[in-house]
Unconditional design. Sequence first.
Lengths: 197, 401, 374
Amino acid sequence: MKKYGKYAVLENVSLSLNPGEGIALLGENGSGKSTLLKILSGILAPDAGEVRIDGLSGKQAKEKIAYVPQDIVLFEELTVTENLYAWSSLRGRENTDRAEYLISELQMESFCKKRIDRLSGGQRRRVNLAAALMGNYSYMMLDEPLAGIDEQGLKCVAKLLKDEKEKGTAMIITEHNPTILLPLMDRTLRFDGGCLV
Amino acid sequence: MKLLSFIRYDIKRLFGHGKTALLAVLAPIPVVLMFGLFLAPVLKDGEGAFINGALCNEDDSLMLSAMMDMVVDYEVEKGNAVITSVSDVETGKNMVEEGKAAVLLHVPAGTYQNAMNGDKAVMKFYYAPSHAFDALTFQSGIASSISVFGQGIRVINVAGNAAGMSEEEFTRLRNDSVSELIGVYLHRGEIIGKNGVFLLGGDYHLRYALAILFAACAFFASFPVLYLTCLDKTGVLAKRSVPAGKMTRWFFARILSGTLLILCTFAVMYPMARALRQVKMSNVLAVLPGMVLTALTFSALGVFIGSLFRNEQPALWTGLYFGAASFAGVAFLSDKAGLPKVVSFLMRISPFRASVSIFSNAMFNLMIERYAEDMLVLLTAFILFLTAGFFAYRKRGVLYE
Amino acid sequence: MNNLAIMKGRTRALLTDFGSLAIIILAVFVCVYIARYDGKEAEKSIRIKVVNEDAGGLGEELIELLFEENYEFEVVSRDMAVHEVAVNRAQGMIEIAPDFTEKLRRGDYRSLVKVTVMADSYDMTYFTEIVINDIVKVWTEALIEGKLNGIEGFDEAGLDKFRAMADEVWKGDSLLSIETITVSEEEKPEEITYYGIRWYAVFTMFYLIISGTWMCGYASSGLLRRVIGRGGRISTLYIVQMLPGLIVTVIGFVPVLLSSNHPAAGKVFVAFVLYACGTAALSLVICSLSGRFVNLILSATVVTMAASLFAGLVCDIPDWAAIWGKVSGFLPGHWYFSAVSGKPFLIGAVIVLAVWFGVGLFTSWMLGVKRGRE
């Protein structure tokens, strides 16, 4: 459960996720989807209940999760490549191969040397996703990862997520327009008023 | 990633806020220029001399003329003054009114003889009200020394009464004594081991004001650090799951990049200070550790304040008020004796006061004990801010919802 | 455009922004204090430690003279003196050399004392002069006593008489003095300089710039284009938004003006209102160019200092910088200072206000256009 003041954003939410499984979270604005992902990722603490990842909780559990926030959370003053290196270091160690792989997969070669604050919204969204995927993880929490991305970009993202799933990465995705992602997902859960319906 | 890479990225981030970083580093330029304009007079005809004056000496005694020549020649040679001799008072007064001279000293006829006879002699010092600052500073210096000289002559005169000596004996005593008195007057500075006749501490107020400006500009240069730290804590570092251990590297990287920014500010201010007050390079090198420690302390303080707030505006306000109160305290209270004990203690341990003291004293006239004490105060403050900032910086996450 | 609603919203935001509001509150208290105590010097007390290593008795004489000066002297050991200066419990120290008396008796004046002065205060400028003067007094007495002792028949009683007379001389007038006279024949202005109302104007400028964060975003966001697109006038928008800030500063000005007892209070009040309006217009330019709050804090400090210094609000402009006083005619503060000094101000203030307002509107509009193209 999670409350803001008297208002319960999440109530009696319980779910489990198996390795390699994909879940799509659907619901209206303010239904609690993002809050749930933040709790699962360790950004927020629940008022009641617990999160267990592979039987682990706390810091050890957080390290298994790659969280893609809804907001663009990047170092605006650094370039794309520098952001990827910086975020990979923050999660473990600087991994240049992984950075090159993601730049290639998400077709960011044309702007990888540009500062983030010089990029368009869609371009930033791709970098936002890539930054979260630098590091070791078994689970992905993606909060509206596709907003503002063009058609070509959507295909790249979908392919990337499909590859991740095939490697055994489990994922939970919230998205208003999940059409392109639905084929990847094994389950769909709907939120309404902070509860799973 | 090594700490060096963190530092490199953080420097890029800090300086990447172009307008902010530029403002922080370059803001001292207009500030020091204004200081130079208003407190360190640069006179049109004097080519940078301290005082530009006119002298009207109507006294025909050789002794007084020789004495004035020696004083004037010395001060002119040292570059402290440009003196123009005028034949009459009206010419001199016109020069002052027209701004060609800051002051006019008029020595009326019979000044020396009157003094020798035990009668009062009054010289006149003319100045324009708009030139009061440097004119009265100069006048205060020579007035006090001439007054004592005059009293000395009177003491010599009363010696004759005390001893009940003959006229001849008194004349011999007086002449010898006045001659020696003139000698000590012309070499007043040597009494304390310096050269010069007067105003040997004439620029302490300038040093003090300059030091306050230096330290204040350095403090304001920490504002981008404060701002970016607050942004990070509520932004990138809060919205992504970042291990606490890794945040430690970012923390130290931020401290060091902030220090570099503040040192850039010093690098901008130094040449200007040198132009104003001829600060010697050797003295600047001696206080380089002080500058580095000042930069570290203010950077740590910026990170600490930035880590405390959820929003950058209250963080910046806090920095502004804290800095303003600290510098106001240094500017108006540091020399007061009757302060409450708590205030006195706070002034003594204040890193702002220590920083100002390093710049106002060590950079011009190093006293090792004071310098060491000021460095100790700065070091203690740095450790305190670093420790407090470290814990505040690492604490995040649930605070923001 | 519902101007009343906009104004209410701005007023609420202003009154709940305690960070900026505190500036005006502080300004009122500080400036009322300055206005009431303008011209009255507070008693100062600089602490100086004296180390007397003199083997003879003349060091004591010097100390007696020093104790009559307007500093707080204390005789201590050398270690204590160094320590006290080091920890900032003293601003200077005087070390009287061991051969002080010996040197004086033979007429020598070189390196009699060592003076260490910390530039911790504006009042240390004349300290060295005072010390030297007192040493010259002791030296002079020693010189004369030496010569008197050489006179046959001169006895202790004569010496005592001489010392007593010398004491009287040091306390009395000098034979030589300098009279200071201003060259101008016109009446000298009053000593009271109205720093209270002048410095309040400085605080006002800082407040109006720093509380203008709402102006930072208007230029770069699409708000102005939207207003124009819907037939609104941006000049009206800005005037309505600025009014609450102006009202706050004017209200704060009233107690400061009353405390200053200025003979032309009515004129000064009008001048201040015009000054505040002109400054608000100037802040429009600064805020538009700054873009964000951190830049605003940095630029507000520098701009306030510069504009206030050159306008003569902080302190009187010295003669060598007189050109800046004339050039500062484009600043609102220049005309306000004219009003405080009893000079004409109205037309200049109105023109400057109009010009800055125009420049401000143009700047924010241009930045908005530039942003729209990006």
